[in-house]
Design a protein around this ligand. Structure first.
Ligand code: GLN
Ligand code: ZN
Length: 774
């Protein structure tokens, strides 16, 4: 008698794949096209080749249904703008003239037409282009790209599932176009948009799509009753269409909450749901909602946005529970694999122990396939994989890398007193005033000075062994000397060393902290053709020795003016890294904070009178749901205070954040208890100064008066105008004068001209204030 295997009830799939290729071929091709060195035809071939390679890899790994339409030359939300015909008025002509040229014009802007705005895709570090709509927007369906990519995959013999940004998420991500009256709600265009989606679905059906995935991650955010009703309406309409593919509505990045019964109750054939980390609560919620009897459930049990090995036993337990809740269960990564690097294989420099705990896109694909096999045929068929997985997880849990007793003891010993400066702000200001002896309206900068080609060459020379460490240090010191000389000549009051030694404000510290691991090839798309290599918080964090002290003290040795020390804060260190998933984020933040606190203490001991701890990521890391924000802000602000509270009253702590909208975190900013904060404000015409005043923010503030994102040089007059506006909100004895952000992306001529004007403006306003008060 032969035993027949049980029927396969579980497939394996993913929602998207890294786009760039093994050696970032896509970046080279797209940038080559922009420079006129690559033709549109060649770019198209490179792109098609990458898609083919991705599908082949997925299929060979055992993925049953490959995604199509997830690939993009720049951004998948911009592709959706094209698909629904929501091209902004100012780009119409360009798009009509040449589709590809117009596409990139929307992404990057032209001399005459600003690009679409760019912002973070939910709480990831991927940036999408923000659709612009208004009451006059006329949507038109353009399914060319989606149909074309589906046809490519089908022609190659793959079972394929087109993936689209869903209509509700598209409108919830959109903003009113410039000039549209305030109060316009993009979601009010839903009825107009649905027929366009209906058309695209019909085209995909005609092209052979059995299933189409509609991504609705916006439904894991807090949504109003009206927004949930819109979602219900959207899927009632699309589900009610006649000849259409089967619909899989996907959500990721969190708990669906009230949106779960809405989706479960809609006439679609399947849902894809995230069950990783904090989204694990979707399991109980799905059970409570009665599951999806007879329908398809795609279970995101492999974390698609972090780089750790999956816990197979835990995932199988979840999957087995889900089997009872749906007609068919497929295994997937929780979101597109776009957010993780391609492959761990080339990472030959990483400690093999740590490497065995990591899973990038290729490894995650294999995990999904293994879990699907285990689910369909029983754990016996994946016994070897289960054993290896168990061993790797155990080695991670037991490793001295993840459990350093010294670090653990230090973190456990932290008291509330360690997270508070002994003297209140008012007392500190007096001490600082005497110690620093600064003029009214002190002028300073945010830290970095231009990162010149010479500096990049020096770093490349060091890496390639063309110069040794001493030679590199000499070049950096020469740069610091130049930066100090310039600032003295320009007449700035608080100087900086200019950060020439830092290619990246997180990487620089990560490389020097034990417990952090850097990748060599772990590129992840940040936006367009920009890729970053986030370091990995792999183990317990400690600081073997000072990281910045020699640069800051060298700078201070060259001048009598105070030099400000410059560090990246703990929240930003976490936000721009891959974080540990085996302990709460707050614990990791505390370890990083303790290491940075040592640096702060060493800087102070070396005679640094002011220390700036940058936290540009404080706001962007804010959890998607309001209920999750207070606990986040509690550990985040505590980590900042732990970093900065070990200093004497006369040592002035600065912080910096680069964004102009943060009404929702003003009280958290106050909780940082920094003496001085510098912020972006130039473009928003000092709105931030007024917001802070409205919240009675009690400390010193430097609202930026120079928009460093633009090559424009602000005139003295513009600057004095901004300063007068700032003085309407902030008293003169609490106002600092500085640019919006660091100058690393600017050129030297722009920098010198702008800072000369800034100092002149400060002197002019000081003179005005002196004449009105005398
Ligand atoms: N100190 C950093 C700089 O000046 C701050 C950068 C940032 O806020 N992103 O470059
Ligand atoms: Zn900034």
């Amino acid at each position: 008698m032969t035993s027949t295997p049980p029927p396969v009830t579980a497939g394996a799939t993913v929602y998207g794949h890294p786009r760039q290729g093994g050696s970032r071929e896509l970046k080279r091709a797209v940038e080559g096209y922009w420079r006129g060195r690559v033709t549109a035809g060649v770019l198209g071939e490179v792109a098609a080749g990458l898609r083919r390679a991705n599908w082949r890899q997925l299929a060979e790994a055992g993925i049953d249904e490959v995604p199509t339409g997830d690939f993009s030359l720049y951004d998948h939300v911009l592709d959706t703008v094209v698909m629904v015909g929501a091209v902004p008025e100012r780009h119409r002509a360009a798009v009509a003239g040449a589709a590809l040229g117009g596409y990139f014009a929307m992404a990057r802007g032209t001399q005459d037409a600003a690009p679409l705005e760019m912002t973070k895709w939910f709480d990831t570090n991927y940036h999408y282009l923000v659709p612009e709509v208004g009451p006059g927007t006329v949507f038109t369906a353009d399914s060319t790209r989606q149909v074309g990519e589906l046809a490519e995959a089908l022609a190659l013999g793959y079972a394929a599932r087109p993936v689209l940004v869903g209509p509700v998420t598209f409108l919830l991500l959109a903003r009113p176009a410039p000039g549209v009256t305030a109060g316009f709600e993009p979601l009010s265009l839903l009825e107009r948009l649905l027929p366009v989606y209906a058309r695209v679905l019909a085209d995909l059906r005609a092209a052979g799509a059995e299933w189409v995935q509609l991504d609705e991650p916006a439904l894991v955010q807090d949504r109003s009753g009206a927004e949930l009703e819109a979602a219900a309406r959207a899927y009632a309409v699309l589900g009610g269409l006649g000849d259409r593919p089967r619909l899989l509505v996907a959500s990721y990045f969190g708990r669906l909450g009230e949106a779960l019964p809405v989706l479960a109750g809609s006439p679609v054939e399947g849902l894809a749901v995230d069950f990783t980390g904090p989204a694990a609560g979707n399991l109980a919620a799905l059970a409570a909602a009665g599951g999806l009897p007879g329908r398809r459930l795609v279970a995101g049990v492999v974390d698609g946005r972090n780089i750790w090995l999956n816990d197979f036993e835990e995932s199988l337990a979840t999957l087995n529970t889900l089997l009872g809740l749906a007609g068919r269960v497929d295994v997937a990564a929780s979101c597109s694999l776009l957010h993780v690097p391609l492959d761990t294989a080339p990472e030959t420099d990483i400690d093999p122990a740590v490497l065995s705990w990591l899973a990038f896109a290729r490894q995650k694909t294999a995990e999904v396939v293994t879990l699907a096999r285990g689910l369909a045929q029983g754990p016996g068929v994946i016994a070897a994989e289960l054993a290896a997985n168990r061993a790797a997880l155990a080695s991670r849990a037991d490793s001295p890398i993840t459990h350093d007793p010294v670090v653990r003891a230090r973190a456990a010993a932290v008291t509330d007193a360690d997270t508070r400066r002994p003297q209140p702000y008012a007392e500190r200001t007096t001490a600082q005033r005497e110690h620093l002896n600064l003029p009214l309206l002190p002028t300073t900068t945010i830290g970095s000075f231009p990162q010149t080609a010479e500096l990049r060459t020096a770093r490349a020379d060091l890496r390639a062994g063309r110069i040794d460490a001493a030679g590199y240090e000499a070049r950096i010191r020469a740069e610091i000397a130049g930066v100090i000389a310039f600032q003295e000549e320009a007449g700035l009051d608080v100087l900086v060393h200019g950060e020439p030694e830092r290619g990246d404000m997180v990487q620089y510290f990560a490389e020097q902290l034990t417990g952090y691991v850097a990748t060599r090839h772990g590129w992840v798309q940040s936006y367009g053709t920009r890729y970053v290599r986030p370091p990995v918080l792999a183990g317990d964090i400690s600081r073997p020795g000072p990281m910045t002290v020699r640069w800051t003290t060298y700078a201070q040795s060259l001048t009598d003016r105070p030099v400000k020390g410059m560090l990246t804060g703990p929240v930003t260190m976490l936000a721009w890294s891959f974080v540990r998933d085996d302990q709460p984020l707050g614990d990791t933040a505390r370890q990083v904070a303790l290491a940075l606190r040592q640096e702060v203490t060493d800087l102070e001991a070396a005679g640094t009178p002011l220390i700036q701890v940058d936290e540009p990521a404080l706001r962007e890391t804010l959890p998607l749901r309001a209920a999750d924000r207070p606990p986040y802000l509690a550990w985040a602000t505590e980590a900042f205070r732990l970093t900065t509270s070990g200093v004497r009253a006369e040592t002035q702590i600065h912080t910096h954040m680069c964004y102009a909208e943060f009404g929702d975190i003003v009280s958290a900013i106050d909780d940082l208890d920094a003496d001085v904060i510098s912020l972006e404000a130039a473009r928003s015409r000092m709105r931030i100064a007024h917001e802070l005043a409205a919240h009675h923010y009690p400390r010193q503030t430097g609202p930026g008066v120079y928009d460093i994102h633009s090559p424009r040089i602000p005139t003295t007059n513009e600057t004095t105008t901004l300063l007068r506006q700032a003085l309407n909100a902030i008293p003169a004895d609490r106002l600092w004068i500085n640019p919006d952000c660091g100058l690393k992306t600017r050129t030297w001529p722009e920098t010198t001209a702008s800072l000369h004007n800034l100092v002149t403006a400060a002197r002019q306003i000081r003179a005005e204030l002196a004449s009105t008060t005398s």
